[in-house]
Design a protein around this ligand. Structure first.
Ligand SMILES: C[S@@+](CC[C@H](N)C(=O)[O-])C[C@H]1O[C@@H](n2cnc3c(N)ncnc32)[C@H](O)[C@@H]1O
Length: 324
């Protein structure tokens, strides 16, 4: 969890699967790496320290995260460039900063401990605050806009699809009955009215609905596959790596499908007598399944519990994307 250290303004922070992520990137001397979700800069710092003369471009849509990352990476000022932006524009951002091709791209998806712990951002159901949930405070749509404007059926579908919440219909009905809702506390009350308070070791009844709203507000699943493809297009050639850490099955599924597809030599349906698809594999899976954090890490940092890391490397000699 993030907390303020006594002698610095930089929040203390434990990056998830840090050793595994740096090893997966196979950081090499003089290499260029993109951290597409720089957050508090924990992974970036380890990448910069992993080999001599590494250069890094870090992206985040949250200016508060960038400020913390800038402070953490101050000793590497000449080697690291930080950019405020959405990773859906990763190709344009790298091109604009003359940072193509690259030896590796890291995505550490989802919400940061800073976002969860900073009062007033609306990500946590444990405090009563405005129902916001925007990672980028300049984005147009807040969680309040969604809960107050979607009709009941659309709300239920969103909570079901992005939260995998089996009580989505009851929750949507309670939200519609009680709106307008402008605070996280009011939303939690509506959810508890629908499904009760939850007991003992059950997860908080608001967890999945908050997850669903956060995913919708930040378009987390909508942009993922195209962003992976754009990042893949930046890779320098054979051996350069794409590494993705995800925190729930929905985003892991997108990552898995992307990597499986791009590492397959043929996409024809099974039992097609002869390949007609013309697909060419451009990636190789470095680890066949997803890597998981070890028990020590999960013990130290419960947020790591649901992490899955997938890694693939380029097997094509040239940059595959438009930014060659
Ligand atoms: C889990 S945190 C990353 C933590 C980071 N690896 C570290 O060591 O501190 C995810 C970060 O990605 C950012 N983020 C999520 N989606 C993004 C997007 N589409 N574009 C840019 N940044 C994004 C969030 O604002 C957050 O700061």
């Amino acid at each position: 969890m993030t907390s303020r250290s006594s002698n610095s303004r930089t929040p203390r922070h434990e990056p998830v699967m840090l050793r595994e992520a740096v090893e997966a990137l196979a950081v090499k001397p003089g290499g260029r790496y993109v951290d597409a979700t720089i957050g508090l800069g924990g992974h970036s710092r380890a990448i910069l320290e992993a080999a001599p003369d590494v250069r890094l471009l870090g992206i985040d849509q949250d200016p508060q995260a960038l400020e913390a990352a800038r402070e953490r990476l101050a000793p590497f000022a000449g080697a690291a460039q930080l950019v405020h932006g959405n990773f859906e524009a990763i190709a344009d951002i790298c091109e604009a900063h003359d940072f193509v091709p690259v030896d590796g791209v890291l995505f550490d998806l989802g919400v940061s401990s800073l976002q969860l712990d900073t009062p007033g951002r609306g990500f946590s159901f444990q405090r009563d605050e405005p129902l916001d949930m925007r990672m980028n405070p300049d984005a147009e749509v807040t969680a309040a806009d969604i809960v107050n404007s979607y009709d009941e059926q659309r709300l239920a579908a969103l909570i079901w699809e992005y939260g995998e919440e089996r009580r989505s219909r009851q929750i949507a009905r309670a939200i519609v009955e009680r709106r307008p809702l402008h605070t996280t506390g009011a939303l939690v009350n509506a959810i508890e009215q629908a499904v009760g308070r939850g007991r003992g070791r059950q997860i908080n009844p608001a967890t999945l609905t908050f997850q669903a709203l956060r995913i919708a507000v930040n378009r987390e699943l909508d942009i993922l596959a195209d962003s992976l493809s754009a990042a893949h297009g930046l890779l320098a050639g054979v051996g350069s790596r794409l590494v993705v850490i995800s925190f729930h099955s929905l985003e892991d599924r997108v990552v898995k499908q992307y990597m499986l597809k791009e590492s397959s030599a043929c996409l024809c349906p099974p039992r097609t007598p002869m390949c007609v698809c013309g697909h060419v594999a451009t990636l190789r899976l470095v680890a066949r399944g997803a890597l998981r954090p070890g028990p020590d890490e999960v013990g130290r940092n419960p947020r790591a519990r649901s992490a899955r890391l997938r890694v693939a490397e380029s097997i094509t000699a040239t940059v595959t994307g438009r930014a060659a």
